[in-house]
Write a protein that binds this ligand. Sequence first.
Ligand SMILES: CC(C)(COP(=O)(O)OP(=O)(O)OC[C@H]1O[C@@H](n2cnc3c(N)ncnc32)[C@H](O)[C@@H]1OP(=O)(O)O)[C@@H](O)C(=O)NCCC(=O)NCCS
Length: 177
Amino acid sequence: MTFKILPLRTFMKEQSEQKLYETFLNFSCSRNKSVEKYLRETAVRHERARISRTYLILDTEPEEQLIGYITIAMKCLNVGGEQNNEELIKKMNVSGDIAQSYLIGQLGKVDGCDKKIGEFAMDFALDVIEDASELIGCRVVRLDCKDALVKYYEGKGFSFLNKNSSGNLNRMVMVLA
Ligand SMILES: CC(C)(COP(=O)(O)OP(=O)(O)OC[C@H]1O[C@@H](n2cnc3c(N)ncnc32)[C@H](O)[C@@H]1OP(=O)(O)O)[C@@H](O)C(=O)NCCC(=O)NCCS
């Protein structure tokens, strides 16, 4: 394995604003522009406000470079009105239609990277979430993805819950044992 994780907050402490800006400007993700935009425009602000935690994924060979990132946050999940997936919903500790959840808010890799990083990133994020869950509780992990990625995330242990309110994204859920 040639990948390494660098928490964004460590990068922010160690590097100048200029270096941060240049590094993120070089991060292009054509398949999902919102992944590119989040890193360039929002991740640092959210890190400072403790809204989310972003973890940069570096390739260490042939030289250290940013190849992807994953972002974790907390977000309420409204399951009101849901008739499907009752078995799943039962395990989600729902109260007043709301389940507390850990959100995988972003996951992406840079254009041109042909190494598989998804599994490494997801395993890392689930380890972080498992630690947080041990300390403070909450058993639901969720993410939103487009149709093309539903199978991909099912392969990583997530189940389809429902469509978001605009109907363009699928809400995927994992319930920790
Ligand atoms: C999602 C991602 C991190 C997975 O990386 P990975 O584990 O290394 O795996 P791959 O890049 O090979 O992608 C896995 C499969 O998903 C497909 N895929 C990935 N992102 C996709 C997208 N945005 N739209 C459509 N298909 C996509 C790939 O074509 C690939 O399909 P294949 O197995 O038939 O070849 C990476 O593909 C990526 O950065 N995608 C663009 C950003 C994105 O869409 N993030 C997900 C937000 S929910």
